[in-house]
Design a protein around this ligand. Structure first.
Ligand code: NAD
Length: 431
């Protein structure tokens, strides 16, 4: 098959190279010249384990060709962003533009697949645009939605192993898309209609968002009633039918913090719980900033070292990251901040991000762990990178360190969701 993948980001690029390394001829299309140029050299512009060598080999073999414009193909896969607007309404501008861009190249027998996470009705809403080609969807060309459910950091593994939902505009559309993905998918292929597939994806992320909101609320309650929420969750999860998620500084990324709003937008009156969960999780970075304020209030002009900016562990993606929101709150509160993340070098809120922990911690009065990168789990209090810290204060919002180890080393350890009787107030004298 000749496949055009439109949108070469975190989802489109791994998908494109996966098809290209499984016997297909793939055209990769992106509107950003720098992305196309980088990929055409065989270099990669995102961080995702395992993709770089496959990319190099499919560029060298000629089975993957990045370019700025689409061309005729058998299959068109749209994997462009679907963000929400400031008022939380869905921004489908990228999807519309991507669909418009393929219209001049459509031919009878083509299959169009929307992979972008989309509000219910988006796929069938593309029909008028696609029919500008003069072809009838469901008769001359096939249309399907196949939402992507991979976990960044494990995309190449999960593309193969995960079950894949495929929603067809017609039964034949679903079957054609299913046959295509069978080129590399070893998980189950679950066929349904396009709108149900859209909702299934949104419901997955909404399930997680609502349950994280519940964990965050438990965490605040734990602080109020004086218990350790992590201990209570551990015990509750011994119940055979309970699985409480972990609290943290908020919910981020391109998906979980965005997708529930698509449901709210489609059915506002029926989605009060979903909306409330979003509000709870969006308030969490401000809650964490208030926690920091309480902890460092005794220090004059405190400098806070922020550990971890990505929205999840061991990735470089800082989009919609709650860590970045915490940074913005702390910055507004007037704290001097020194930021560390060895995965991303992007500037955040006008501040440099240090790749070396020693640089970020140098002269800091407190450290706060916001993203639980593996390196922070492994961090030990006597690590020489920490020698420049002024006051030994550690705030852990991810239940990531062993508090006793750090306390034994003279640190005041504060953990999100751990109430007063558990809070260690002794520690260095700040005066
Ligand atoms: N990143 C994830 O973990 C993840 C997981 C599951 C689903 N999704 C969904 O997949 C979709 C894509 O997300 P992503 O993370 O890959 O986005 P991304 O921002 O990493 O990549 C999108 C790419 O599309 C390009 N683009 C935008 N408009 C275009 C157009 N008209 N023609 C050609 N290229 C265009 C952009 O330049 C960019 O390179 C979204 O709907 C997202 O919600 C993402």
């Amino acid at each position: 098959m000749k496949i055009a993948v439109v949108g070469l980001g975190y989802i489109g690029l791994p998908t494109a190279v996966m098809f290209a390394s499984h016997g297909h001829e793939v055209i990769g299309v992106d509107v950003l010249p720098e992305v196309v140029e980088t990929l055409a050299r065989g270099d990669i512009h995102i961080e995702e384990p395992g993709v770089a060598p496959v990319l190099k080999s499919v560029v060298e073999s000629g089975s993957f060709r990045p370019q700025l414009l689409p061309e005729k193909a058998d299959v068109f896969i749209l994997s462009v962003p679907t963000p929400s607007n400031d008022d939380h309404s869905p921004n489908l501008g990228f999807v519309t533009k991507a669909a418009e861009s393929i219209v001049p190249y459509l031919e009878p027998g083509n299959l169009v697949i929307l992979e972008s996470t989309s509000p219910p009705g988006t796929t069938i809403g593309l029909i008028p645009t696609l029919e500008r080609s003069g072809l009838k969807v469901g008769v001359d060309i096939y249309l399907a939605h196949s939402p992507e459910r991979v976990l960044p950091g494990r995309i190449l593994i999960e593309l193969v192993e995960n079950d894949r939902v495929i929603g067809g505009y017609t039964l034949e559309s679903a079957q054609k898309a299913a046959d295509l993905y069978r080129s590399f998918v070893q998980g189950g292929i679950l066929q349904t209609d396009a709108t149900t597939a859209e909702m299934a994806k949104l419901m997955e992320n909404t399930f997680r968002d609502v349950n994280i909101a519940l964990a965050n609320e438990f965490s605040r309650i734990a602080e109020r009633v004086g218990i350790d929420v992590n201990e209570a969750i551990r015990l509750a999860n011994h119940h055979p039918r309970v699985n409480i998620l972990n609290p943290g500084p908020g919910v981020g990324g391109h998906c979980i913090a965005v997708d529930p709003w698509f449901i709210v937008d489609s059915a506002p009156e029926e989605s009060t719980l979903i909306r409330t969960a979003r509000v709870v999780n969006d308030a969490q970075p401000g809650y964490v900033a208030d926690l920091v304020t309480r902890i460092v209030s005794g220090i004059e002009n405190p400098t806070v070292a922020v550990l971890g900016l990505a929205y999840k562990p061991d990735v470089d993606d800082i989009r919609e990251s709650p860590s970045v929101e915490v940074v913005k709150h702390l910055s507004r509160l007037g704290y001097r901040l020194r930021l560390h993340d060895s995965h991303t070098r992007s500037e955040v809120a006008g501040m440099p991000v240090y790749g070396e922990l020693s640089e970020a911690v140098s002269g800091a009065d407190a450290m706060i762990i916001l993203t639980d990168h593996r390196e922070y789990h492994r961090l030990e209090p006597d690590d020489e990178n920490l020698s420049g810290i002024v006051h030994r204060i550690l705030i852990d919002t991810r239940n990531c360190v062993n508090p006793n180890l750090w306390r034994d080393a003279g640190y005041a350890v504060h953990r999100l969701g751990v109430g007063a009787p558990f809070m260690v107030t002794e520690g260095p004298d700040f005066d």
